[in-house]
Design a protein around this ligand. Structure first.
Ligand SMILES: [Fe+2]
Length: 311
């Protein structure tokens, strides 16, 4: 975190700045947490572009328990001043039975190519005295040069998981070094589905690892085959779609195929999982597990066991 966007503001400083904006932020807004509460503390904070990246950004995060009045305070200066409530999305992981709770707050009406400061909190945020705070820059509206980065197959730095590497942390540092306007997060995000007993835990490590960058600039994901999880949604995207709020573009499958425009460039995210008939099952189940099992000569995939989407 830079000086400009401190990772956290003190409560006193936050209230002082909020008050200085002249916009009402009720006294006590950050002080209603019951003793011992804290399950609504934001984690895994990340940003995505809204339908128009020059005016709309979605702030997303997760909590370990239900959040009471989850919300984002934001504004063009650290004084913040505006408040938008979050929409909560939850699902029960089909393999572990764990409930996952995610929140999405849409910041609209932003000025193009401008800095926005924000803070994320809830009434049962254990860090209300020093809520998570960061900032980002909106996209330009007109044709103009800009920088983006692109990286996929990220995984997590927690090496207890199948397919993980300390490189997953270095990659975040590398992206930040370029200070891009946004990042394209190509599919195979965290490989949670290769750790079937612990999918939500893998997602959590992934979300916390990317936060130092993804909370400061949109990270726009594209689903890979490892985003498909058995028993999580009709097509296995329950975990992916709970965590990401993406441009709908009027398609039947919002969040899977979508597009957004920055300046004079149109970016299109394509979900190829309906046309690939490979199966990653042999990665973990075959007689020769992991990558060698992907070689030709493997037995056919039994019906109903493929991790790819049909139709
Ligand atoms: Fe991959």
């Amino acid at each position: 975190m830079s000086e400009e966007f401190p990772s956290a503001l003190s409560r006193r400083e936050f209230l002082k700045r909020a008050g200085a904006s002249g916009v009402a932020v009720a006294a006590g807004t950050f002080g209603r947490a019951a003793a011992g509460a804290g399950g609504g503390t934001p984690e895994q904070v990340h940003l995505t572009w809204g339908a128009d990246p020059s005016s709309e950004v979605v702030v997303s995060w997760c909590t370990v328990e239900a959040a009471v009045s989850p919300r984002v305070h934001y504004g063009p200066t650290p004084a913040l001043g505006r408040i938008v409530p979050a929409e909560t999305r939850r699902y029960v992981d089909g393999l572990s039975g764990e409930t996952v709770i995610c929140h999405h707050a849409r910041l609209s009406g932003l000025a193009p190519a401008s800095t926005v400061h924000y803070a994320v909190t809830a009434d049962n945020d254990a860090k209300q005295d020093r809520p998570f705070a960061a900032g980002f820059v909106t996209a330009p509206r007109e044709r103009r040069g800009f920088r983006f980065t692109s990286y996929g197959d990220l995984a997590t730095p927690n090496t207890q998981w199948t397919i993980s590497s300390p490189q997953a942390r270095h990659a975040i540092v590398a992206v930040e070094r370029f200070a891009p306007l946004f990042h394209l997060l190509n599919g195979d995000l965290c490989y949670a589905n290769l750790n079937p007993a612990a999918q939500p835990a893998v997602w959590r490590d992934f979300g916390d690892n990317v936060e130092p960058s993804a909370a400061r600039r949109p990270w726009m994901p594209c689903p890979g085959n490892h985003e498909i999880e058995f028993n999580n949604g009709a097509q296995g995207y329950g975990g992916y779609l709970a965590r990401y709020e993406l441009p709908a573009n009027g398609t039947r499958f919002p969040g899977r195929w979508y597009a957004f425009r920055v300046g004079g460039v149109l970016f299109v995210s394509l979900d190829a999982n309906d046309v690939v008939h490979q199966d990653c099952g042999p990665l973990v189940n075959g007689p020769r597990p992991l990558v060698p099992a992907l070689n030709a000569g493997q037995p056919p995939i039994a019906p109903g066991t493929a991790l790819y989407v049909r139709g």
